[in-house]
Design a protein around this ligand. Structure first.
Ligand code: SAM
Length: 324
């Protein structure tokens, strides 16, 4: 466990350099890989061999080719491409090196701007969310399991790439949707949906909203949000639930997907580790069911329930509640 950063970093660098994309076009020896990537031959041999040891490449008589796992998750044209998330992890790697400072001071390692300050940061962040969700299958699970009986309009608050909303609308052909998000994010959302979901896009309205500063549009029959409360402090989350209450029609649904922790904030394991990432880059952390249910109840929601997603591959849960 204590050395796992070495493996993670090797995969991130191999992907960033384009080894997997290159080998998707055909097998190569180490000197061919180095020549095409413009890298040092001896160093490239070491990196390619490490990828073989990790099961991401195969080596036959000096030639490297993709393993089945790399073909499925590390090549851009694959529907389960995880590269967006890996490139994001690569970009934020330097912040992990300053974890000690954040633990001592309590301060984040970068301005907690939700990656809105530079267009390339926003693009990388939003593509990361999209790629993780598609590779792991979260959006398909939500579309199949979230009970949307009676819902005609749904908003995805902080919907980012639109991966969840597109999956929901594909599953429910009568529902109209909106993504409520920040302007820099919505530029990326529009690009992703135009590339991949031109049919579904006609049923999605993109609405610029800053959920911290303004009230929410509405009314809608349902508000869905994934990975939102974990980026915000407790008081802002309590206020956000009250804004959602006002934006949801009577009888409507709120559904919140996130790592939902036990009372001790130690389980699920992925959530406890992820809270350190949130310390480095946001103002939030992962919260317990009791904390989330407390904000919902104070806002006026009733019938609060938790639904665990199957683990593995998932580590998050869905919390649902109703406006009376
Ligand atoms: C961690 S991403 C989650 C994206 C998506 N819901 C998912 O789970 O894949 C957080 C999203 O919230 C949006 N967001 C952050 N702060 C916001 C704010 N103050 N108002 C509206 N949207 C915000 C970000 O732009 C981003 O799309």
């Amino acid at each position: 466990m204590a050395g796992a950063h070495a493996e993670a970093r090797a995969i991130q660098v191999a992907l960033k350099l384009g080894i997997f994309e290159l080998l998707a076009r055909g097998s190569q020896g180490d000197s061919g890989i180095a020549a095409r990537l413009g890298t040092d031959p001896r160093a490239t041999l070491l990196l390619a061999n490490a990828m073989v040891a990790l099961g991401l490449l195969e080596k036959h008589q000096g030639d490297y080719r993709l393993s089945a796992a790399a073909d499925r998750y590390l090549v851009k044209s694959s529907p389960e491409y995880l590269g967006g998330m890996i490139l994001f992890d690569e970009a934020i790697f330097p912040y992990w090196a300053t974890l000690e400072d954040s633990i001592r001071s309590g301060a984040s390692a970068r301005a907690p701007d939700m990656f809105q300050s530079a267009p390339e940061d926003t693009e990388r962040f939003i593509r990361a969310m999209d790629s993780l969700t598609r590779a792991r299958g979260d959006a398909a699970w939500v579309a199949d399991h979230l009970d949307l009986a009676g819902v005609r309009t749904i908003a995805d608050l902080g919907g980012g790439p639109g991966t969840y909303l597109a999956a929901i609308l594909r599953r429910h052909s009568k529902i109209e949707g909106a993504i409520w998000d920040l302007p820099a994010t919505l530029k990326v959302t529009r690009r992703i949906l135009t590339e991949r979901e031109p049919g579904t896009m006609a049923r999605i309205e993109l609405v610029e909203v800053d959920y911290l500063k303004a009230s929410l549009p509405g009314p809608v029959d349902a508000v869905f949000m994934s990975n939102i409360v974990h980026s915000e402090p407790e008081t802002d989350n309590a206020r956000l639930m009250a804004k959602c209450f006002d934006a949801i029609a009577p009888g409507g649904l709120i559904a919140l997907k996130d790592h939902v922790m036990n009372r001790d904030l130690t389980d699920p394991r992925a959530g406890a580790i992820f809270s350190l990432y949130l310390l480095l880059t946001t103002r939030g952390r992962d919260y317990s069911f009791d904390e989330i249910a407390g904000w919902l109840g104070a806002a006026g929601f009733v019938d609060t329930k938790m639904h665990r997603l199957p683990n593995p591959p998932f580590s998050s849960s869905l919390v649902t509640a109703r406006r009376p």
